[in-house]
Design a protein around this ligand. Structure first.
Ligand code: C2E
Ligand code: MG
Ligand code: MG
Ligand code: MG
Length: 282
């Protein structure tokens, strides 16, 4: 609107923008204290082996329990945390908490599961990553193979040589490496084969349309075959229906994750899920 009115017109009234700016300022101020006030929590979403129907892993997903706003989605504050530099301490907290929780569960006799953790771009290229992963493993006593780090295509493709160096160091620790939201970015296949990866996660946008759209179905089939030819495991995200599961199973997808099985849940609920839920694949 300001543009229509001409370059030098001062736009002095815009209540909508004001409210948004205020909310952002408030969130920004509060985010600085979220960690020390123990307002951050992890939820866990099970990952199911298509062949056996067993829960074989989980993804840790960050939540912010804001005293006024309630539960805030990571989509609303991760980017902000990146901009503010807060993602470094927050990300380290996520890795540490995920490792401690996984180890506590293993000690309590729960089946041994992989725990996947999302990394942000700034965390990935930051100098503290190796240290915080190493520290979390050491402090928790968790075996490295039970920790999986999720990266996105844009993160690994922006500086390929640097990526290879970082990934190799992480692999030396023994952790698993996954590409998240696969298919939404533009990965060069030749680079992908140079990265020491373990898992490709098919983005939920393709999974959503597999049973209804020929394009999505074709993309999913080719991602599965690409991944297997690179000896990577494939996990489909966002599986919500039996039809989607049937398609994925038919085409050899290894693991599935989505509301069809469970939403991300708090630690206590995850425990009862493990204790009581028999996951049938039908
Ligand atoms: P993501 O890593 O791709 O995680 C999958 C998202 O899909 C999660 O959203 C999950 O709750 C949601 N989801 C799972 N199953 C289904 C389903 O069947 N249907 C639909 N419609 N959605 C499903 P969430 O928890 O809101 O997280 C959003 C994004 O925020 C994540 O996407 C990830 O990129 C980021 N994120 C979450 N936790 C962290 C974290 O600790 N660190 C960083 N850097 N990013 C995080
Ligand atoms: Mg993820
Ligand atoms: Mg994803
Ligand atoms: Mg995503």
């Amino acid at each position: 609107r300001a543009k229509e009115m001409g370059r030098n017109t001062y736009q002095f009234y815009c209540p909508e923008m004001n409210a948004r700016t205020l909310e952002r300022l408030q969130i920004e101020a509060d985010l600085r204290h979220a960690l020390e006030r123990n307002e951050l929590v992890l939820h866990y979403q099970p990952q199911i082996d298509v062949g056996s129907g067993a829960i074989v892993g989980m993804e840790a997903l960050l939540r912010w329990e804001h005293p006024v706003l309630g539960t805030v989605s990571p989509l609303r504050f991760i980017a902000l945390a990146e901009e503010m530099g807060l993602i470094i301490p927050i990300g380290a907290w996520v890795i540490r908490t995920a490792c401690l929780q996984n180890m506590a569960w293993q000690k309590a006799g729960m089946a041994q599961l992989r725990m996947a953790v999302n990394l942000s771009a700034r965390q990935f290229t930051g100098k503290d990553l190796l240290q915080s992963v190493g520290d979390a493993l050491e402090e928790s006593g968790l075996e490295a193979r039970f920790l999986e780090l999720e990266l996105t295509e844009s993160m690994v493709m922006s500086d390929v040589e640097n990526t290879i160096t970082i990934l190799r160091m992480l692999k030396q620790l023994g952790v698993h490496l996954a590409i998240d939201d696969f298919g939404t970015g533009y990965s060069s296949l030749s680079y992908l084969s140079r990265f020491p990866l373990d898992v490709l996660k098919i983005d939920q946008s393709f999974v959503r349309d597999i049973a209804v759209g020929a394009d999505a179905a074709a993309i999913v089939v080719s991602i599965i075959s690409l991944a297997h030819s690179l000896r990577l495991k494939v996990i489909a995200e966002g599986v919500e229906t039996a039809a989607q599961l049937a398609f994925l199973r038919e085409h050899g997808c290894d693991e599935v994750q989505g509301y069809f099985f469970s939403r991300p849940v708090g630690a206590l609920e995850f425990e009862s899920l493990m204790a009581h839920a028999t996951c049938t694949m039908d």
